[in-house]
Design a protein around this ligand. Structure first.
Ligand code: APR
Length: 232
C-alpha cells in the first residue's frame, strides 16, 4: 500500500468552527503569544494561560470533525496513512484517523510541570489552577509553547521520509521546525497543498499541486482524485 503522510495545521479545523492563528480573525489577533503560549507566561501569569487553554478545550466539546477530517480518515481505506498535525485538537482522532502524531501537544492532555514525561488525560474541559500531578508538581497544559522543544519532530521527519505522497492541509508553514517537515519528503514525491490562502511553499522542492480551496471542499475532492488514480 502506498504510504501517505498528511501534514495539517489550524486550517483543517477552520471548517469545524475553530479559529486559526494567523488569519485576520485568528487567535494571535486576539491574544499575544507572549501572554499565553510561552514558558515565561506560565510562570508569570499562570491563571491567564490556564484560562486560555480551558476556553479552547471547552470549545472543542462544542465542535465536530468536518468533511476534511473525514476525508483524511477515509484515505486509510486505500493507503497506509500517517497524520502529522500541528493542531492540539482531537478532531482527526474523532473523525477516525488511527495514526496521529501531534507536534505541538494535545488540548485533552496535561503534564507535570516538573516531569514532561508525566502526561495525563484531562476529564472534561476545565483544568483547575491547583491541580497537581502524581509527582506533586502543578499540572500544565500538554502544549508545546514557543521556545520549547518539539519532541515529536524527529518521529515526524521519519514518517515524512518514508512517504510516497505528502498532503499539506491548512497550515501557513510559518512556524519552525514544523514547517521544515515538507523538506523531508524524498525528492520526486508529489506534494499536494490544500489551502484557500497562500502558505509559504517556497521551500518545497517536490512536484507541487496547490488546490486553492477550503479543506472541507478540497480534501474530499483530492480523496476522490487519488482513489480514481488507483484504478487507472
Ligand atoms: N481550509 C484550509 N485552510 C485554511 C482554511 C480552510 N477553511 N482557513 C484558513 N486556512 C489556512 C490559511 O490560509 C493558513 O495557510 O490555514 C492556514 C492557517 O495558518 P496558521 O493560522 O498560521 O495556523 P498553523 O499553520 O497551524 O500555525 C502553526 O503556529 O501558533 C502556532 O502552535 C501554533 O500549531 C500552530 C502553529
Amino acid at each position: 500500500m502506498k504510504r501517505v503522510v498528511v501534514f495539517t495545521g489550524a486550517g483543517v479545523s477552520a471548517d469545524s468552527g475553530l479559529a486559526t492563528f494567523r488569519d485576520s480573525d485568528g487567535l494571535w489577533a486576539q491574544y499575544r503569544i507572549e501572554d499565553v503560549c510561552t514558558p515565561e507566561a506560565l510562570q508569570r501569569n499562570r491563571a491567564l494561560v490556564v484560562e486560555f487553554y480551558n476556553k479552547r478545550r471547552k470549545e472543542l466539546f462544542s465542535v465536530e470533525p468536518n468533511a476534511a477530517h473525514r476525508a483524511i480518515a477515509e484515505l486509510e481505506r486505500y493507503f497506509d496513512v500517517d497524520v502529522v498535525t500541528q493542531n492540539v485538537d482531537n478532531l482527526h482522532e474523532r473523525a477516525g484517523s488511527k495514526r496521529v502524531t501531534h507536534l505541538h501537544g494535545e488540548l485533552m492532555k496535561l503534564r507535570s510541570e516538573r516531569n514532561p514525561e508525566l502526561i495525563v488525560d484531562i476529564d472534561g474541559w476545565e483544568q483547575t489552577l491547583d491541580a497537581r500531578a502524581e509527582d506533586g508538581a502543578l499540572l500544565r497544559p500538554h502544549i508545546v509553547f514557543f521556545g520549547e522543544s518539539v519532541p515529536m519532530f524527529d518521529r515526524a521527519t521519519q514518517i515524512a521520509a518514508e512517504a510516497d505522497l505528502m498532503i499539506v492541509v491548512g497550515t501557513s508553514l510559518a512556524v519552525y521546525p514544523a514547517a521544515m517537515l515538507v523538506r523531508y519528503a524524498r525528492s520526486g514525491v508529489p506534494v499536494y497543498v490544500v489551502d484557500p490562502g497562500n502558505p509559504d511553499t517556497a521551500m518545497i522542492r517536490n512536484p507541487l499541486t496547490h488546490i486553492k480551496a477550503r479543506a472541507a471542499e478540497g480534501m474530499p475532492e483530492l480523496l476522490k482524485k487519488l482513489v480514481s488514480e488507483l484504478s487507472e
